[in-house]
Design a binder for this molecule. Structure first.
Ligand code: DMJ
Length: 646
């Protein structure tokens, strides 16, 4: 017997001579085997249906249920949605047959009503354009004139008026900022073109979804947004579009928020912190910039959905909340059910501002309570651990970090003081005290002379710095420039050195983009060692520090470093469908992660644009940026604050 195929074949002999194998049909035994295989296969395929849970019940409804679930999951799971970039910008139009039907004299009334309805829908409620008043404290600021020019000559009192959409061009202009240097202007134009590329592709392939997969050309959602498409990229991108003067794109995004953002469909666990900094922060920034009360109202509706997370024994909020049921909980991995410092400590700017623009104290009360709770706790060596148990009110593991899990808590102490026009002295004091401890226990200098913040794990330093921690250069610079005290010189010195180290982490990679975390060991400095730390996901923190440090020092090198980053982003991360992160910044041909993060539009591109603008655009004298790069006005000096009259 020889076996040359799937089925056994038999060599036949006639008189001992092998007969060439030339028959055309199967013999009976082979037919039997083939038949059995087909029967078995058919039985398995068909029979499986009876074991599927959806088919166990006898109702035909279950088929529809399944179809419905697939629809909700999003058809682009199977097929990418068709492009609708152009036509979605059009105003609603009647179809031809609708026009014809309405031509019937009996339907003239209906037609009128329909037109009226369309017109009403297109009306916007905006606050009138505010005028910057020169207070004695700001009278001599060099950029005062530029800021006054931006907002024009308008009534001082901000009152609510209703104006037709046609006048929406009358949103107060917060734009301009063209630098005197032609090179900076050219570079800024390039950044705007990058924003257009990122945005247009999001619109084309992932409109309404949280983020874009620029290579697969479809929507993407990280677990922080729960399972539903909440359009994180729209929320995060809106104010960048506005600042860059991309009016059509802004209008389209604004209309999506007004008409499509469906809070009642949000039956999903989301991160309180992420929803606050991206959604509430993004919408409040747009309210401040435009006066369009729709933004304020949406921000309030979303913040209201976060409030149940604060119902814990201590009032320290949980990390996750279900937007429909209000059930809240913490991440299982966080030190015995603890809440995380950088999360519950990064609500203050948005919640305080929301109280002021709505006249509802509840939001500020919540964050003031967190502040008071922290004030009452003993801090080990003056340091704040990353974990706090909301049930027992005790610190969890004593891990401290200026990067992940700690970072923006420190940022919001300084910025709460700035947002209050330097009246919230408690916040400034807490910032200075915390920084003193951090500088004393967590600041190190490598053998090669690089300064960095290490992490502490039960008093033992781990000589590793996160990309996330690189925001601290800009933060310390801001701390140094906004108050002259006995810490300010040290702050500025460290700010420069940290920003330099973070630049080194970029410069020491093949791609000229920095890793997620870098270490300082005997043989290697400012480089990632573990494979799991070598990725770059379009994060902003290093560029954020370049922006702050350029504004604060006017040292040209920060602009040059920013331009290096632009070139690296273009070379390594730009693809025809948008911008992607990289899996290994040290690789000559890095694999791409196929995600365009929403913070790339909110922060990375915004900070680059501002880096190449002059100081009049979102001046530090009038604006403070939340941790997601959304500008919020400073109380008392910036008439865009738009406080509710109570
Ligand atoms: C952003 O969402 C915010 O900056 C946040 O504070 C932490 N990091 C991401 C971007 O890296």
């Amino acid at each position: 017997m020889t076996s040359t195929g799937i089925l056994p074949t038999y060599q036949r002999f006639i008189n001992g001579v092998p007969v060439p194998f030339s028959r055309r049909s199967f013999r009976a035994r082979e037919k039997y085997i083939i038949f059995s295989v087909f029967i078995t296969f058919g039985f398995i395929c068909f029979g499986t249906f009876f074991f599927l849970p959806e088919f166990r019940g006898n109702s035909a409804d279950s088929v529809y249920k399944m179809y419905d679930q697939m629809k909700r999951a999003g058809p682009e799971l199977l097929i990418p949605p068709p492009p609708h970039l152009e036509d979605s910008r059009e105003a609603p139009r009647l179809l031809r047959h609708e026009e014809d039907a309405l031509a019937d004299p009996h339907l003239v009334d209906d037609r009128e009503k329909l037109r009226q309805k369309i017109d009403e829908d297109r009306e916007l409620k905006v606050l009138e354009r505010p005028r910057l008043q020169r207070s004695s404290s700001t009278a001599s600021r060099p950029d005062d004139n530029a800021a006054r020019e931006d907002v024009g000559d308008v009534p001082q009192e901000a009152t609510i008026v209703t104006v037709p959409a046609a006048l929406s061009k009358e949103y107060p202009l917060v734009g301009g900022g063209e630098d005197a240097d032609p090179v900076a202007r050219e570079r800024r134009d390039k950044v705007k073109e990058m924003m257009k590329h990122a945005w247009d592709n999001y619109v084309r392939y992932a409109w309404g979804k949280n983020e874009l997969k620029p290579i697969s050309k479809r929507g993407h959602s990280a677990s922080i947004f729960g399972t539903l498409p909440l359009a994180a990229t729209i929320m995060d991108g809106l104010d960048t579009l506005y600042i860059m003067g991309m009016k059509d794109e802004f209008k389209q995004a604004r209309d999506w928020v007004a008409n499509e953002l469906d809070l009642n469909s949000m039956a999903s666990d989301v991160s309180v912190f992420e929803v606050n900094i991206r959604f509430v922060g993004g919408l409040l920034a747009c309210f401040a910039l435009t006066g369009d009360v729709m933004f304020r109202d949406k921000a309030q509706q979303i913040a209201d959905k976060l409030l149940p997370a604060f119902q814990t024994q201590t009032g320290i909020p949980h990390a996750l909340v279900n937007l429909k049921t209000g059930a809240s909980k913490n991440f299982g991995w966080a030190s015995g059910g603890s809440s995380i410092l950088s999360e519950f400590g990064t609500l203050h700017l948005e919640f305080s501002y929301l109280s002021d623009v709505t006249g509802q104290p509840i939001y500020r009360n919540k964050v003031d309570h967190i502040r008071q709770y922290l004030q009452g706790l003993e801090k080990p060596n003056g340091l704040y651990p990353n974990y706090l148990n909301p049930k027992t009110g005790k610190w969890g593991q004593h891990h401290m970090s200026m990067g992940a899990l700690g970072d923006s808590f420190f940022e919001y102490l300084l910025k709460a003081w700035l947002q209050s026009n330097k009246e919230d002295n408690e916040a400034r004091q807490m910032f200075d005290d915390a920084m003193q401890a951090v500088l004393q226990h967590m600041l190190f200098t490598s053998k090669g002379g690089l300064v960095y913040f290490a992490e502490l794990k039960f008093d033992r330093p781990e000589h590793k710095m996160d990309h996330l921690g690189c925001f601290s250069g800009g933060l310390l610079g801001l701390g140094a420039k906004t108050l002259k005290n006995d810490m300010s010189d040290k702050y500025m010195e460290v700010a420069k050195k940290i920003t330099n180290t973070c630049h080194e982490s970029y410069d020491r990679s093949y791609t000229k983009l920095g890793p997620e975390a870098f270490r300082f060991t005997e043989g290697s400095e400012a480089k990632a060692l573990k494979n799991s730390e070598k990725y770059y996901i379009l994060r902003p923190e290093v560029i954020e520090s370049y922006f702050y440090m350029y504004r604060l020092t006017k040292d040209q090198k920060y602009r040059d470093w920013g331009w290096e980053a632009v070139q690296a982003l273009e070379k390594q991360c730009r693809v025809p469908g948008g911008y992607t992160g990289l899996k290994n910044v040290y690789s000559e041909d890095p694999q791409k992660d196929d995600v365009q993060q929403s913070f790339f539009l909110a922060e990375t591109l915004k900070y680059l644009y501002l880096l190449f603008s002059d100081d009049s655009l979102l001046s530090f004298d009038y604006w403070v940026f939340n941790t997601e790069g959304h500008p919020l006005p400073i109380k008392g000096v910036n008439p865009f604050y738009r406080e509710a009259s109570v």
